[in-house]
Design a protein around this ligand. Sequence first.
Ligand code: ADP
Ligand code: MG
Length: 731
Amino acid sequence: MGTGDPHGQAVAASAKWQSSSASVELPNRRIEEIFACDVFDLRKMRERLPKNTYDDVIRVMENRGKLSSDNAEVIATAMKDWAIERGATHYTHWFQPMTGLTAEKHDSLISPDGQGGVMYRLSGSNLIQGEPDASSFPSGGLRATFEARGYTAWDSTSPAFIVRGKNYATLCIPTAFVSWNGEALDKKTPLLRSIDALDKQATRILKIFGTDEGVKSVGSTLGAEQEYFLIDRNLYFARPDLVSCGRTLFGVIPPKHQQLDDHYFGAIPPRVNAFMAEFEEELFRLGVPVQTRHNEVAPGQYEIAPLFEATNIACDHQAILMDTLKKVAGRFGFVACLHEKPFAGVNGSGKHNNWSISTDTGKNLLDPKGETHTNIQFMTYLCAVIRAVHIHGDLLRATIASASNDHRLGANEAPPAIISIFLGDMLTDLIEQLESGKPQSTIQGGELDLGTFSLPALQRDSGDRNRTSPFAFTGNKFELRAVGSTASVSWPNTVINTIVAESLDEIASSIESKLDSDSSEERRDEVVRAVLSDLIKEHKAIIFNGDNYSDDWQVEAASRGLPNLRSTAEALPALTTEKVESMFAKYKVLSNTELHSRADIFAEKYITEISIEAQQMTVIARTMILPAAMMHQKNMAQTTIATKEAGVDASELKSMLELFSALISEFRTKMDQLEVARVVPESDPVGQCVYCRNEIVPMMEQLRYLGDQLETHIEADLWPMPNYDKLLTLR
Ligand code: ADP
Ligand code: MG
């Protein structure tokens, strides 16, 4: 093997870790000592800021106003002092470009003082605005390279933080990134705009019900659970496909993988547990609240779930979480693999996007409470989500589309490409009652009697979960389960906020237009019920509580008129339909140009990823698998000759050799075909996506099938890469 014996190295690395960990001191730091110690949250800076400035900051944050330049200067100095006390030497405007996760350019906090020494400095204008030389960030045609100016603008509502590593500590200032003429070049700008749109429309509903007292704003909340694989570093780097594509392009599933479900919620291996503890400690330091850690379904697969927060901050925290995950994994000899489908045949990874609507006073507007049938305000918000997802199911599907997520959606492990809503028994019953009049009752879950006095009676939920649904109501929030594990959550939440804002707007207008001089609560509720009843009639086709994996659902969904966009190539055009263009424009979330630039970037990314995979595949086929196969063939031929020479019947060996030789020849033919087909012809982006989907992807699948056949035949010692068995078993 050209890379030495990576598996042996992996075992050695693990053994080294195990022996050194024996003497490691037990962690005894208390969470409250480290939580958010590297976070500069303006809301908590009363002691560091002059009273006037602090009051102004809070006022500005609550009313989404602008800071005066004098105050910016004061804050910049306080932030700089805070950062250098913690050892920071540099600062960066941290942002989320349209592709990739995060971007940063580091500037020094230190400048010459003019007297032969140095001083620390961060001016108000450096805090508020930056101008990264960002001509190489994708803009989807929004900027040509010669007009490359882009600005970063400080998002004062998201806390600044310090990123540390060996020999460095950098102050990171969350920012939005826009072009010279103000067009959004990042994921944060439209997200913030969508939050504003949701705020405005959701507040109208509160006003209708007279429950807006003391509420300054309404926003969405987000908790995004992240699944990932850990792969031993030594093995990872012996797989060019993992390194360049994040997934294995060849590989046979071992006899025992996830069939026994013994990994799911099983005991966490000690090396992994040590990694998780350090990973979480880093997140706590950065103020990212995480809640649970456990094994996932596939061997080597894990999950981390954060506590939910306001969506803007939760999205920043998600990006920090993904960066931190990769960084800390390396310290334990792992690579954290976030790809949606690193291994064929075992479960892939996703991100569960838990979303709800909440007032700034902490009231969850999607919490049904006990006697739900009396809670007409809850039903109004619920119906807004139903309408939004029914009208924009195709957009939601397109929002989560990527080359890597195509491996999950549609396979029987992740929600299918058909978007529908799971409500569960209680809410479905309620919606049915509401459709035909005034709801009279709420189905209760009751108690679970476990049949022994030693165990407590458990409170049962009024409905079971449905893990097959792409968009499921889970108690007091919706869970979009179809987001890919590599994806940023900013974009899906921008879309959810906007489509729900649009529906709330429609509902509010409809109610307002029907209210008359009778201002009693009874009359109001009657009007609301009538509006919601019509809405349910029109949009209930989106509700589906059955098994989303079944074939019957595909047929039924079609008869309900729900789109089934199986691949990214089919889904992406839904981003730029007229209904989407006008919605984004109406709520000022994305202009037409901004929307189209995004669609182009997504298409380009899809085409590039497929092209890289196809090319990488032919390289592995030609330079790794084929030579190993020929060596194996040579060994077989020599054995056949030797057997014959020894006077023993070699006819069996000869036919095995012939079969194997035919397999090689088939493999080589497919490889050559892919080599030709992988060059994407000139066309528009949509045409190129379709070409990738229809021509390249099937050919890659065929070549993989043959390569995997070869793997099952070739002598194990000759196989040029660590196999699945090794990759999936962490020691
Ligand atoms: P479940 O049992 O449905 O998985 P959990 O309480 O474990 O529910 O939460 C799963 C994820 O949902 C967590 O990341 C959590 O922070 C998030 N979550 C819970 N409530 C909300 C909410 N109101 N808004 C957004 N996310 C939420
Ligand atoms: Mg969940």
